[in-house]
Design a protein around this ligand. Sequence first.
Ligand code: PXP
Length: 249
Amino acid sequence: MPTAGKLRLGVNIDHVATVRNARGGAYPCPIRAAEMAQAAGADGITAHLREDRRHITDADIDGLMAALKVPLNFEMAATDEMQAIALRHRPHAVCIVPEKREERTTEGGLDVAQDENRLAHFIAPLREAGCRVSIFIAAEPNQIEAAHRIGAQVIELHTGAYCDFHAEGHFDKRDGELQRLTDMAAFAHDLGLEVHAGHGLSYDTVAPIAALPQVIELNIGHFLIGEAIFRGLGPAIAEMRRLMDDARA
Ligand code: PXP
């Protein structure tokens, strides 16, 4: 079992762009939000350039690359267009996610096991360009093994089901999901993968995930941007940071 070091917090600023795009124009600016998140203790910024550009735009990625001191985790679908953009920018990390036009958010993990050959070829140039390649997957052994075989350095475990069961009051199912995440974080770590986690995390759900010693980064977006309406972005992030550090201690 690894000793739990400091847990990194990646703040996803997509939904600042969602609010901006609801009206058109330039306000509120996701790059300003990213700079505030950085100042409030975010260890990295995550942004998902979707195929339909519904929130983050190409210009936002240009701006984030130019402005940020902390690493950018560039979330992308495994398409030629996104690969070309990632190779042009060479962000610190790329996180490969599944993408469906009709979904509101990234609904499940990537089915790496089904698409192993193509994904192995897809991520090779990204690795060669110096990006850390992360794959967003469900906490399932076959997906973790496939991510390892294709040469990903990192997996991000999808915490959405765990969070949904909590919100719906299905605590037995939630605890079952937590056990699966616990086991699969250890399994992935033993294979030599770096383990991240995210999706749907809030103040109510973060502690058990933050306490998993193999997990070294959480990526959190929607809840923090929502909470920023009530307490401001800096304080919302600072409280998340505190809960993560307490859970880790
Ligand atoms: N990690 C990944 C790979 C994601 O796709 C998302 C959502 O864009 C998140 C983390 C953050 O999820 P949430 O916005 O629900 O906190």
